[in-house]
Design a protein around this ligand. Structure first.
Ligand SMILES: [Zn+2]
Length: 132
């Protein structure tokens, strides 16, 4: 399935602006990690070792989950081990699972949305995401 330009621009914003990633090296591996982590949430339904194994180390576990929380994809109460998806995280999980070729978010004409995102962005269906 091909995402709309509006949906792709939101994915572009997540990786470029919010997570501050650049295109050097192999950013697709990090994009896949974000997608796969969101798919494991809520983390209290999986053994902690499964989530740590996906990320690599205990230190990276704490750092990566903190980054995902800082950009509003997950939230937690007592401990990061029990993090769950926010509405934004659910929206991104659906969007990221529809991307086979990550170059689409870096394609000409795909930039970040011109609006400030609100909760309305995350309650709209991925397929119904409005244009830029
Ligand atoms: Zn938006």
């Amino acid at each position: 399935m091909t995402l709309s330009g509006g949906a792709l621009s939101h994915v572009h914003r997540l990786f470029w602006d919010e997570l501050g990633m650049c295109a050097c090296g192999d950013p697709d591996t990090a994009r896949v990690l974000v997608r796969d982590l969101l798919a494991l949430a809520p983390f209290h339904e999986h053994p902690r070792a499964e989530v740590v194994a996906l990320i690599g180390t205990e230190g990276a576990f704490h750092l990566v989950l903190t980054m995902l929380e800082n950009v509003g994809l997950i939230d937690h109460g007592f401990t990061l081990n029990g993090s769950w998806l926010t509405d934004k995280g659910r929206w991104y999980l659906q969007a990221l699972q529809q991307i086979d070729d990550w170059s689409v978010i870096d394609a000409d004409g795909i930039g970040s949305p011109e609006h400030e995102c609100t909760d309305a962005c995350w309650t709209a269906a991925v397929s119904a995401q409005p244009p830029l």
